[in-house]
Design a protein around this ligand. Structure first.
Ligand SMILES: Nc1ncnc2c1ncn2[C@@H]1O[C@H](COP(=O)(O)OP(=O)(O)OP(=O)(O)O)[C@@H](O)[C@H]1O
Length: 255
């Protein structure tokens, strides 16, 4: 039986999770979680502390193995069977909350290092990139708006710029699905809105799952929202829709 036959919906999905549960010492961090993301979709995930948002990203990316449930990438790869490196290679990129750019390297060097396929021995010896790789770096730089900081150390960038650089480094891996954890945390209002614009641009070519608490940012993303609570989906819909949901107000927004 092909894996796709285990799906309970007909439409194509880039990410399909059904009945996913994870327990830590008897406590269910994920409790029969089911959600799916369509190809090319941007989805915001919100929910109170401890709702299971990080654990959900951990099971998608092969960091944590679920006790039960189905997780499919592109309707064909059963992600529960692979480790973190394999899932990343398949095209699922993850950005943790804290930027992990190498501060002593320049913006260019950070990006160069992140490119898929790395550098060949010849390129490393001659310090030359293939024109395809140079084009890729140019494309990423325009996207993250760091063209004029190219040869400066990443350590000299603002917090927001470091986050954008790290997103650029993820793009170097050419992921199909990006999982991004609290990108707006610590950003100025201006950086937050610029990040929303960047994500809208990214969503033209990638599918995105964005975990965030900042409601202004989520409003600017203008996408479907899933509310997690106690390890499962409490509500799903437009932001306006979930904001008016009485249960969502009680467990999250009304606090
Ligand atoms: N390795 C672990 N061992 C034991 N309990 C864990 C572990 N990881 C997570 N938990 C528990 O599972 C629940 C869900 O945690 P998780 O970090 O996924 O929530 P979250 O929605 O990401 O929260 P936050 O918004 O605070 O980041 C929490 O109660 C947490 O304490």
């Amino acid at each position: 039986m092909s894996l796709a036959k285990t799906k309970h919906i007909d439409q194509p999905t880039v990410l399909y999770m059904d009945g996913v549960s994870v327990s830590f010492d008897g406590f269910k961090a994920l409790n029969s979680l089911s959600l799916f993301i369509e190809p090319g979709e941007m989805r915001a995930i919100i929910g109170p502390n401890g709702a299971g948002k990080t654990t959900m990203m951990d099971v998608i990316t092969g960091k944590t193995r679920p006790d039960e449930g189905t997780i499919l990438f592109n309707d064909q790869h059963d992600l529960t069977r692979f480790d973190e490196a394999q899932v990343a290679n398949m095209g699922v990129g993850r950005k943790f909350q804290k930027p992990s750019v190498i501060e002593s390297l320049t913006v260019f060097e950070n990006l160069e290092m992140s490119l898929k396929g790395g550098r060949s021995v010849w390129q490393a010896l001659t310090h030359k990139l293939t024109s395809a790789k140079q084009d890729k770096i140019d494309e990423i730089l325009s996207m993250i708006d760091l063209k004029d900081r190219l040869y400066e150390d990443a350590g000299s960038l603002s917090h927001g710029q470091k986050q954008w650089l790290e997103i650029g480094m993820l793009l170097g891996q050419e992921p199909e699905l990006l999982l991004i954890d609290e990108p707006a945390a610590g950003m100025t209002d201006e950086e937050t809105m610029k990040t929303a614009e960047l994500f809208k641009e990214l969503s033209k070519k990638h599918s995105l799952m964005v975990v965030e608490h900042d409601m202004d940012f989520i409003e600017a993303l203008d996408c479907r929202v899933t509310v997690l609570h106690e390890g499962s989906v409490l509500a799903e819909g437009s932001l306006a829709n979930v904001k008016n949901n009485q249960q969502v107000i009680e467990v999250y927004l009304g606090r």
